[in-house]
Design a protein around this ligand. Sequence first.
Ligand code: PGA
Length: 231
Amino acid sequence: MKNKLLILNHKCNFTMEEMTSYVKVLKTFPLDNIILCPSTCYLASSKLDNITLGSQDVSLYNGGAYTGEVSARQLKSLGVNYSLVGHYERVNYFEESLAVVHKKIENLLQCDITPIVCVSESTFSFGMDSLSSIMNNLDEVLDSFTDSELEKIIIAYEPYYSIGSNIVPTIDDLNKIFKNIHEKYPKSKLIYGGSVNLDNIDSLNTCPYIDGYLIGNLSLDINSIKALSTK
Ligand code: PGA
């Protein structure tokens, strides 16, 4: 996709064998605007050489006796340059708080990894009514960062009701929400995520403040990603 970032969020999918055949095809694409976020267990694979890698999460801790955790420093040592943080599934299923998201952003910046900060309205609001909820959530995780830190941060607006649902906000609502986010955080790149597909991509591409997309379900189908990258 011309100049738009495509962030592929595989979530908890693919065996090693499936990953190997996926990556073989992915490597034939122009990779400049693609960030691949596979399951953590694949981040160290030499099969992923030459692909820009993102992690789906990072530990709250910088290292030590925290069984099962992977720190920002460890991710960096694998060549990971991006990390999702605060994804709605982390908030919803693992009760991650905004304070935890804030700390994870700090850890990533300290290790020179670009945080892709996911934000949604809280579940009590919907559509444009949700603007103040989105801005409050964003302010809570981002307010203490300086302009030069914000320049390194990517903000991904993913309405909770759009994730995996095939429901996308209207373009009018998206334009208003992204304009507000841009006015408050002019230094940060802005991403839309939630049910991005081949049918809605042309209209999403008309939104002037959207610099790219965070793609879940569709990212598992390499042929769809190929089609999307030519849009
Ligand atoms: P979806 O997921 O594209 O399947 O809606 C997006 C995401 O959760 O990042």
